[in-house]
Structure formats: C-alpha cells, structure tokens
Design a protein around this ligand. Structure first.
Ligand code: NDP
Ligand code: 8X3
Length: 252
C-alpha cells in the first residue's frame, strides 16, 4: 500500500528533492511551505511525472496557531501521515555572536526548533493512535560541530538532534521510528537565504568544493524510510568528500 509522506519546506532544495524522491518511490505526498506558486508547480510536475497523489497547503511553521489549526485537518484529510520529514529550516546571518542580530537568532529558533516541535506535536498523536509512523528530522553537521559565527544556527541543529532522541525515547513502547539526518555542505538556496539574498556571498560558500546535491540527501531520506519494520536508523551524517567536519573543508 502507498504511504503518505509529509514534507515541510518542500518548495526548494532538500525538501523539494525529498518530495520528488518519495514520489519516484511510489509514495503519496502532503507538502507544505510558505510559497504557494512553487508548491502548486511542484504538485503539478510530480502528479504528471509520477502519477502519485499530491496534497499541498501553505504553512509557516513558525505560526503556532496556524500549525495547530491546519496540520491536524490536513493529516485527517489525507487519512494519516506515515512519514513526516521535518525539513523546513534556515540560517540567518554569519556573524560573531556579539554582532549577531537578535531578529536573526529568533527566526532560526522559531523555524528550526519551535516550528519542528509544533508540527511534530500535531502529527505524532495520530501516528501513536495508529501505532505506525516515522519522523525524519533534518539536523546538520552544524549540530555536531559548532563553527565560528554560527553559534545560534548550530545550537538549533543540536536541538533537532536532542528532540529526535527525546521523542524516540518517549515513543519507545510504540512502533514509531525517529531519525536525524545530518547533512554537511549541500548546494541549495540555503546560503542565499542566510545572507539575506546576497548571491555573491552565497556563491563564495560553494567555491572550490564539490558540495553535496539536495538529491544526495533525498536519496538517504528515502533509504532510511524504506527499511524493514525491525530496522530503525537513528542518525545519518553525510558530508561532501572534501569535508572533514562541518566547517573543515579542503577547497581546491
Ligand atoms: P532552502 O533554502 O533551499 O530550502 C528551505 C526550505 O524551507 C524552503 O522550501 C522554504 O520554503 C522552507 N521554509 C523556510 N522557512 C519556513 C517556514 N517558516 N515555514 C515553512 N517552510 C519554511 O534550504 P535547504 O534545502 O538547504 O534546507 C533544508 C533543511 O536542510 C534546513 O532545515 C537546513 O537547515 C538543512 N540543512 C541544509 C544544509 C545545506 O548545506 N544546505 C546542510 C544541513 C542541513 P518557503 O520559503 O516556500 O517557505
Ligand atoms: C548547513 C550546513 O555547514 O553551512 O546546515 O552549517 S553548514
């Protein structure tokens, strides 16, 4: 039977490729993000190419009221979510802590931490009721190794890992699985968003390194979700070949 896979932040980068990879795998999709035009275009492309069902809805994961009002309705409408990929996330700014904007800090915490827990809190009870489900949280190598000027982003990704582990402990009596995916450097809109639209600064991040592609991460997410019932992959760390730790990169 086809699964229903929910992906947050499905309009770009890793989330978009994850949606496509699950569709290729034959799964139906429930996709959300803030940009309606991109969601609609992706829905049309996937339905035409892969013939699976795609439901979409606009969601800003930072908006607790919206998450509480919309997510349970959408989950009920599609008949339950089998795999939840908490992917929506971002970095804002790359500055020494004392110079960092508090607005940027709050945006990262509100999106990467609070958004993830709002969504999960709305999806998990139904998974528990059905004793079936897999939560895949998008962490980062930044959550393992803090790096200069990235204190708050790194802290949010360390929190993602701790949330995954905590939820896995709390659901241990059930068949629910929880996985943290920890990518290294992946070339997406991530850096453009981090530098508030400065494309030059964003391009510099990927110079001299063959960064991972979002498809590389998507393939791992599908692999993790396709394991037999007895297998729970708790964490996966995926780095670029030229990357030793989060910020140790041999540029050529
Ligand atoms: P992109 O900027 O390419 O994509 C981010 C996605 O998140 C977009 O679809 C965006 O959609 C969505 N999003 C952002 N804020 C919100 C919000 N408030 N509510 C709902 N959706 C939101 O970045 P990536 O694909 O690279 O990032 C995806 C995840 O992977 C993030 O959690 C990131 O931290 C993580 N990651 C990225 C790495 C990298 O090197 N690129 C490495 C490790 C982890 P929209 O704007 O339409 O809302
Ligand atoms: C995104 C990767 O190393 O730029 O999580 O923080 S990094």
């Amino acid at each position: 039977m086809k699964r229903m896979v929910m992906v947050t932040g499905a309009t770009a980068g890793i989330g978009r490729e994850t949606a496509i990879a699950f569709a290729k795998n034959g799964d139906n999709l429930l996709l959300c993000a803030r940009r309606q035009d991109k969601l609609q275009a992706l829905k049309e492309d996937i339905e035409k190419e892969y013939g699976v069902q795609v439901a979409t809805f606009i969601l800003d994961v930072r908006n607790r009221k919206d998450v509480e009002a919309i997510v349970p309705k959408m989950v009920a409408q599609v008949g339950g979510v089998d795999v939840l990929v908490n992917n929506a996330g971002l970095a804002q700014g790359l500055d020494s802590f004392e110079d960092s904007s508090i607005d940027d800090m709050e945006t990262m915490i509100d999106t990467n931490v609070k958004g993830l827990l709002y969504v999960t809190r709305m999806v998990l009870p139904d998974m528990l009721k059905r004793n079936k489900g897999h939560i895949v949280n998008m962490g980062s190598t930044a959550g393992i190794y803090a790096y200069a000027k990235g204190a708050v982003y790194c802290a949010t990704k360390a929190a993602v890992k701790a949330l995954s582990d905590g939820i896995r402990i709390d659901t241990i009596e059930s068949d629910i699985k929880v996985t943290t995916i920890q990518p290294g450097i992946v070339e997406t809109d991530f850096s453009k968003v981090r530098f508030h639209g400065d494309q030059k600064k964003a391009d510099a991040v990927y110079q001299g390194v063959e960064a991972l592609k979002p498809e590389d991460i998507a393939e791992v997410v599908v692999f993790v979700a396709n394991q037999p019932k007895r297998v729970q992959i708790s964490d996966v760390t995926i780095m670029a070949n030229q990357q030793a730790t989060g910020f140790t990169i041999a540029r050529k």
